[in-house]
Design a protein around this ligand. Structure first.
Ligand code: HEM
Length: 407
């Protein structure tokens, strides 16, 4: 089914400027939820679905809302992969890759190394009394953790972070910038080489990693499939946990009373994680393509229609989350959409939860005494959205400058 690149008959058409969306997409989402919960947005080339209940509904019907969006930017960047497959192929790849990311494996196989890496990174900066915790701590931490979980022993944290940036830029290259494609191609070649080497080593000696798990899977998995899925995981395994780390740390440093309560009750870090991921979802939206005609949000979409599930909007839906624009770690539990839903629910959720809420946040606050935002870094949430907070397909802080009493 080839994708339809025009509005469905009867769908409201809403012009949105991509630069405005990058700066702060939330006002536009509020308006869409109120007036056009399914709207064709020409600059995005898709219908945006923005209400919580409609997104959940779509995720429950993967046979209608297919992940095999043809011509998708992700497919162009990395090639066929589990995220853009439907059943049964999706299940075959996911079952092969998933075991090392389950909660028990995270705890038993990876947690100690995650913690050691976090300490090493903090050892390097503790004496400085100031740093950008995104560039100097969170990104190298989650990149090193990902290299470990994937089984890319020869790749440095820097390689992983660079590759990830190139994958993400390709995947959100709605402007079709040729330089972005060139960088993405260079990164994919480098990843393919590193995976081939790691797969060969894991074939001889299994090591519990994702690559090893795919090499030794029950069903057949080709090397190219392992390579493409590793590319997807590198694309999604760095930015998202890094961005939850940054936004959550920043939100707490801006709210000293909440921070004190969290520090007094370490069990609450888990709630901070879920609320941060809801409040500023690291992945703002992802695409689906209709396999058949289907009516949703008052519009009948023909087969082939392209829809973006705007989870960042669903996570701010006031009909589900009271005062949804506020960061509130005490809000009553309602499942958020930041990890997606249905068969493609994020495979790395437990890795991300552990590395951020059990390790990264508690360690920065226990080791960097008197941690606070650097001069000029304190800002209202909307100031931040205009400055350091950036993106709508992917969203997070571009930097987190802090100071502390140097050890
Ligand atoms: C806070 C951190 C993270 C967030 C918010 C996040 C979010 C998401 C979302 C929304 C999806 C579904 C996309 C779709 O259905 O099109 C997804 C899928 C996925 N994520 Fe994550 N992710 C995070 C961290 C990670 C990490 C650390 C890894 C790897 C260790 C990872 C690996 C994956 C994979 C492999 C999929 C595809 C699953 C499938 O198709 O079955 N993610 N993620």
């Amino acid at each position: 089914m080839s994708p339809l690149t025009t509005a469905a008959p009867g769908a409201p058409v809403v012009d949105l400027d991509l630069a405005d969306l990058r700066r702060d997409p939330y006002p536009a989402y509020t308006e869409l939820r109120r007036t056009a919960p399914l709207a064709w947005v020409p600059s995005v080339g898709r219908h945006l679905l923005t209400r919580y209940e409609d997104i959940v509904h779509a995720e429950k019907l993967p046979e209608v809302f297919s992940s095999r969006e043809e011509g998708s930017l992700l497919l162009r960047t990395v090639g066929p992969n589990m995220l853009r497959e439907d059943e049964p192929n999706h299940r075959r790849l996911r079952s092969a890759a998933e075991p090392p990311t389950r909660p028990r494996q995270v705890r038993d196989l990876w947690a100690a190394s995650f913690e050691r890496t976090a300490h090493e990174l903090l050892d390097r900066i503790a004496g400085r009394g100031g740093a950008d915790l995104i560039a100097d701590f969170a990104e190298p931490l989650v990149a090193a953790n990902l290299a470990l979980v994937l089984g890319l022993r020869t790749a440095s944290a820097e390689d992983i972070a660079d590759w990830s940036r190139a994958m993400m830029a390709g995947n959100s290259n709605y402007a079709d910038d040729p330089d972005v494609w060139l960088r993405a191609e260079r990164a994919t070649r480098a990843i393919e080489g590193a995976v081939a080497e790691a797969a060969e080593a894991a074939r001889r000696e299994p090591d519990g990693s994702v690559i090893s798990s795919m090499v030794h899977a029950d069903g057949p998995v080709e090397l190219a499939e392992i390579q493409n899925n590793v590319k997807v995981i590198i694309g999604g395994g760095v930015n998202e946990p890094r961005d939850v780390f940054g936004v959550g740390a920043w939100a707490l440093l801006n709210r000293p009373g909440v921070l004190d309560r969290v520090l007094a009750d370490p069990a609450s870090w888990k709630r901070v994680f879920e609320e941060t991921a809801r409040w500023v979802s690291p992945i703002g939206m992802y695409p689906r393509q209709l396999t058949q005609e289907y009516e949703i949000a008052g519009v009948t979409l023909p087969a082939g229609s392209r829809v973006a599930l705007v989870i960042a909007s669903g996570n701010r839906d006031d009909s589900v989350f009271e005062r949804a624009d506020e960061f509130d770690v005490d809000r009553p539990h309602r499942p958020h959409l930041a990890f997606g839903g249905g068969p493609h629910f994020c495979m790395g959720a437990w890795v991300a939860r552990h590395e951020v809420s059990a390790i990264a946040w508690p360690l920065i606050f226990s080791r960097l005494k008197g941690l606070r935002l650097a001069e000029g870094a304190t800002a209202s949430d909307s100031d931040s959205a205009a400055g350091r907070m950036d993106g709508w397909v992917f969203r997070g802080l571009t930097s987190l400058n802090v100071t502390w009493q140097a050890a």
